[in-house]
Design a binder for this molecule. Structure first.
Ligand code: PXG
Length: 288
């Protein structure tokens, strides 16, 4: 596999970074997870804009322009003969000194990995997910805004481990006020009385690219869509629930904290979202 690393396309075994890289030492950096469908990178501009916003929020000056990033992402896919897969774009503060100050970091590290994707099992889409709320809370936006897709994912990793301890594939994370924010790598939606709801991004959710796509789908279906504060009770008593994310796409949830959602089977509207998303996935891309 060829990896893009700081201007070069190198073999995987040669793709090495410094142990003084602040991405490693402090999780000081930002990233994007992007999908490639049939030779097209899904919503690449949106991913690159989010990368720019994440970088701006952490005062990291990106070493490449939007156009250069776009070209590097596409070229990394081409060099690996990929037509469908997953692209991980990472920008770290770069190598510096031991010590928190990034002043010694002279040059950000840029990494692009394009690989096959380990798809979720078909069963998840056919039967739906059984998920749980975990004790680990989403980080308070005043500490580190979760809208920043930073390399600090320990919070989410711990939450995912707590879900695994209960045999669940995903976890609902609450914010520090106890409202539902999102899952560990997915945003969350619910249907109640003809309206679709999702936590407002001020609840500590990432502004997911797939979330935005689901909002566009709701608009296309002319279904009212509300972004607001939501509680676990709202999700327990919803008629349908689904998650959205680059890896998951749109995936139904049928059980939350031991409570059946609706009749305990993937809902009909969720199925329409899944079908519509898959159509868009092939349409709304940048050809590599
Ligand atoms: N919330 C969080 C915390 C995320 O990390 C999403 C929501 C969904 O956002 P997008 O833009 O993907 O719709 C994410 C994204 C993985 C993986 O390897 C995780 C994400 C993306 C791609 C792969 O599990 N998280």
């Amino acid at each position: 596999m060829k990896i893009y690393l700081d201007g070069n396309y190198v073999e995987e075994t040669e793709a090495k970074i410094s142990v003084f890289d602040h991405g490693l030492l402090y999780g000081d950096g930002v990233f994007e997870g992007i999908r490639l469908y049939d030779g097209c990178v899904f919503r690449l501009e949106e991913h690159l804009e989010r990368l720019e916003f994440s970088a701006k929020a952490i005062l990291l000056e990106l070493p490449l322009t939007r156009e250069e990033f776009s070209e590097v992402v596409c070229e990394t896919c081409r060099r690996n003969n990929l037509t469908s897969g997953y692209v991980r774009l990472i920008v770290t503060r770069g190598p510096g000194n031991l010590g928190l100050s990034p002043l010694g970091c002279k040059q950000p590290t840029v990494i692009v990995i394009a690989d096959k994707i380990a798809l979720y099992p078909d069963e998840y889409y056919e039967k739906g997910l059984d998920i749980v709320t975990v004790p680990t809370r989403r980080i308070n936006p005043a500490a580190l805004n979760p809208a920043v897709k930073s390399l600090n994912y320990l919070n989410n990793v711990l939450a995912r481990m707590e879900a695994s301890q209960h045999g669940a594939p995903e976890a609902i994370m609450l914010n520090d006020q106890g409202f539902v924010s999102e899952c560990t790598g997915d945003n969350i939606f619910m249907l109640s009385k003809g309206t679709i709801y999702t936590p407002d991004t001020s609840c500590g959710a990432l502004k997911g690219i797939t979330r935005d796509t689901a909002i566009d789908i709701a608009r296309e279906f002319e279904i009212p869509m509300v972004e607001t504060n939501l509680t676990r009770y709202d999700f327990w008593t919803a008629e349908e629930c689904f998650l959205t994310g680059t890896a998951a796409e749109v995936v139904p949830v049928v059980r939350i904290d031991g409570r059946e959602v609706g009749n305990g089977r993937p809902g009909p509207l969720t199925q329409r979202f899944i079908d519509n998303f898959r159509k868009r996935a092939c349409r709304e891309g940048t050809r590599i």
